[in-house]
Design a protein around this ligand. Structure first.
Ligand code: DX5
Ligand code: ZN
Length: 217
């Protein structure tokens, strides 16, 4: 079984205090930070790009897990590699040549990931699995934090885990202490949590509980 990794999502933190958020995550023992890059087209919201990621790289040695939600992935991926991202995941729905981009990301020294929206059949990623370090199964519609997990998406996790026992499988959206257990049981090993961490009155405690997989108190 793959190591279980918690990747708290900065999206739910105070962007004006991003450096402090990363320090808190580091101190609480989560190894990754999830950084959502949104372009205002693929999803309505706009967040940040390479410049912000470079600034975060300078202030933290956390593993920078970047999730691109954009129509044009190539140039953004180049910027993010330059910025010091450790992993770059983009959406299969918005990329004409996923194989070429996965190869470019790996050639740049980054881990490469492919994401799918809730309505996208999991079979679509199968041809690209040899080029993927991780597959992100979105458990909500991409674009905003704080939505409830769509239970049917966990069936895709299950199918993918059966097909690829060694793959890192990430789930993102609606992950909390209760749904984390279901996601892990389905076969996910990389858990993104935004509001469950930064929306909590005790983010460090939430990280510890999500990492331990302890049941909800
Ligand atoms: C949503 C983003 C998520 C978001 C998850 O499109 O990809 O990373 O931060 O937020 P929660 O954990 O609040 O559902
Ligand atoms: Zn995300």
């Amino acid at each position: 079984m793959n190591e279980v990794i918690l990747s708290p999502s900065l999206l739910a933190a105070d962007f004006a205090r991003a450096g402090e958020a990363l320090a808190l995550v580091r101190e609480a023992g989560a190894p990754w930070i999830h950084l959502d890059v949104m372009d205002g087209h693929f999803v309505r919201a706009v967040t940040f790009g390479g410049q912000m990621v470079a600034a975060l790289r300078r202030c933290s040695d956390l593993f920078l897990d970047v999730h691109i939600m954009a129509d044009r992935n190539g140039a953004l991926a180049e910027d993010l590699m330059q910025a010091g991202a450790d992993s770059i995941t983009f959406h299969i729905e918005s990329e004409k040549d996923p194989a070429a981009l996965l190869q470019r990301i790996r050639a740049g020294g980054c881990r490469a990931g492919l994401a799918l929206k809730p309505a996208t059949p999991v079979e679509q990623v199968y041809p690209y699995l040899p080029l993927c370090d991780m597959v992100l199964v979105m458990t909500v519609e991409p674009g905003a934090g704080g939505q409830p997990l769509i239970p049917e998406t966990l069936e895709k996790v299950r199918a993918l885990r059966n097909r690829a026992p060694e793959l890192d499988i990430q789930v993102d959206g609606g992950i909390n202490e209760r749904t984390a257990a279901a996601a892990r049981e389905a076969g996910a090993n990389v858990l993104v949590a935004g509001s469950a961490v930064f929306g909590s009155s005790d983010p460090a405690g939430a990280i510890a509980r999500l990492r331990g997989g302890a049941p909800c108190a």
